[in-house]
Design a protein around this ligand. Sequence first.
Ligand SMILES: Nc1ncnc2c1ncn2[C@@H]1O[C@H](COP(=O)(O)OP(=O)(O)OP(=O)(O)O)[C@@H](O)[C@H]1O
Length: 278
Amino acid sequence: MAADPHPQRQDPAHGDDRPALIRVRGLVNRFGRQTVHDGLDLDVYEGEIIGVVGGSGSGKSVLMRSLIGLRRPDAGQIEVLGVDPRSDDPADRLHLERSTGVLFQDGALFSSLTVGENVEVPLKEHHPGLPDSLRYELALLKVRLAGLPADALDKLPSQLSGGMRKRAALARALALDPPLLFLDEPTAGLDPIGAAAFDRLIRTLQQALGLTVFLITHDLDTLYTICDRVAVLADRKVVAAAPLEEIERHDHPWIRDYFHGPRGRAAARVAASATEES
Ligand SMILES: Nc1ncnc2c1ncn2[C@@H]1O[C@H](COP(=O)(O)OP(=O)(O)OP(=O)(O)O)[C@@H](O)[C@H]1O
């Protein structure tokens, strides 16, 4: 087969011509004798929210760790914003650190620092010359952007509810105005109302700031309400990456069970009635 002349810009399966901010080809990840990914391909396009789903242990977090450079894959190519996330070139590393925000599942805030100080950490690291007052103002802006009251700035993470901690971690992820955001199960552990509010926040921020979002989730409501496309991990690969309507028609057994089981049907009904009302 002839080489793809515009590998950055094409998804052969869907003929999509948007730029791919993330491009993965032939990814292999192994732990000892266990192969987690075996020839995994994925494109993530500029300006989309892609929901990444798959059974427990299917390798969603390992994929995210590979994309953000925390894990060196056993084989394959990864490009994030045109750069290999494991590049040793300091300019590449700086580019990625400044252009990506990450929200880990547990928030991963520094427990001894206030919320404001947590948000200031990346600002101090990447813009050491910023005056204290401006850095404080920027931290306040991000905290408000993430939907927290101004007084959250001086609180320790332990003084916040689980939902507020997620918002604080989101504020920190947005500190450097990155165009690309990685979210690992952002609504896990939130009650349904808190989860729906967090979903709306992500959608609003994505639209207002023009973000591209890679979002790992088990939450069917999140998939139905905010994801533009869904990538399904199964059989050590991405077995489908497409808008939800297409995924729902896919005949892979895991996809059938997931989307056509009772919870999938309920989420689809809620999403359909919300669309009718709007
Ligand atoms: N550091 C590691 N050492 C050994 N095995 C690992 C390591 N990290 C992940 N694994 C294994 O890789 C597989 C995929 O793990 P991963 O955390 O990516 O799954 P996941 O799809 O995110 O699952 P979940 O939905 O339960 O969070 C699992 O079998 C896990 O045990």
